[in-house]
Design a protein around this ligand. Sequence first.
Ligand code: ZN
Length: 402
Amino acid sequence: MGELTSIERETVERASGEPMLDQVLAWSAVNSGSRNLGGLERIADLLTDAFAALPGALRLEQAEKVETVDSAGRATKIEHGRHLHLTVRPMAPVQLLFTGHMDTVFGLDHAFQETRWLEDGVLNGPGVADMKGGIAVMLAALKAVERSPLADRIGYDVVINSDEEVGSLSSAPLLARTAAGKRAALTYEPAALPDGTLAGARPGSGNFAIVVHGRSAHAGRNPEDGRNALLAAADLALRFDRLKRDGLTVNPSRIEGGSPSNVVPDLAVLRVNLRPRTPDIEAETRNAIDAMIAEVAEAHDVRMEVSGGFGRPPKPLTPEAEGLFNLVRQAGADLGQTIGWQASGGVCDGNNIAACGVPVVDTMGVRGGKIHSSEEFLIVDSLAERAALSALTILRLAGGAR
Ligand SMILES: [Zn+2]
C-alpha cells in the first residue's frame, strides 16, 4: 500500500474483511426481477436487515406508480417494489449520496436463477455483478467508515431502488430529492470493464411510445374512407431513423397494432429509444420529434398521442465530476489499484444524479462482466478490492478532499 494514514489503513482493512461473498450468495438466491413484486419485497427485507448495521433512519419508501402504454394503446399504471432509503447524520458538514438498485433484468420466467462457480474465484449468477455485489461493497465500505474517527464529519443518504433496470421512473423523485445539495455521490454499478475501468461520460436516454389513431374501413369496398394507422407509424419510424446524427442514436424498436387483412388498421403503437450525448442535442431532438409528429399526423390525417420522454438526462464529464474521478483514481493508486475511466454508451441512475448538479462516480461496484445475460459473472476478489477503494474515497471526502 502507498500513502495511507493509520486511520485509512485500519478502515480499508476493515472494509475488505466484511462478509461480502456470503451476502452476494444470499441476495442472488432471491429473484428480484423488476416486475417480480414478491421477490422485491423479500430482497428489500434482507437488505433492510443488512443495512440496519448502519446508524440513522432506515425505511422502505412506497414506490410511485408509473404510467405506461400497453400494446392496445391504453395508458396503464404499473406497480413497483418499495425503495430502501437510509438517512444518516443530516446535519454533518459533508453530505454524500450512495445509490444502488435491488432489481435485476431476470424475471421469474427467466431460465437464469442460480449461482454457480465458473472457476475458482469467478461466480456466475443473476445480479452477482449488477448489482448485488455492488450493494455488498457499498455496505462494507460504510460499515468500516462508521467505525473510523472521521464518521462524524459525514452525513449521507443511501437509496437502493427497485426499478433501475426499467428506467427508475418510480424512484426518480426520491433520487432527485436525496441528491439535492450533496457534495458527491457514489453509485455501485459494476465497473465498465473487467479490469476495473470506470464509466465516465454517458449519453442520456429516452423511451417514447406514440399511439396512432387512424380510421378503419373495408379494405376492398371503401379503403379511401380509412386512415391507415400502421402506415403512419411506419412513416414516423422512418423519420425517426433520419434523426440519427453524431451525438444521437435512434432505435425504433417495435410497432404494435394492425388489423385483419381486409380491414384498414385504425391503431398502431410505435416504440422508440433515443440516446442524445448532450443536453443541447436532447432539446433539439425533443423539438424535432414534435415537428415530425405534427407532419405525419397531417400527411396521414391521423391523431397521435405521445407518451414517455427522456427519463435519463445526458451525463457529460463536468470539471466537478472530473475532480471526483481524480479523487477515486488517487485512492486507487494509494491502494495499488490502477483506475481509469472511459465514456460509456449505457445509462444508469448516475445520469439522474448528475442532472441534479452533483458530481457522481457511478461504477464503484465490483469487477465482473456479461451483465444482463446468463453469463453474468463476478470476480470475487474485487469485492474486497472495491470495498477498500470506496472506504478510502469516502474517508477522504469526509476529510474535506476536493
Ligand atoms: Zn445495474
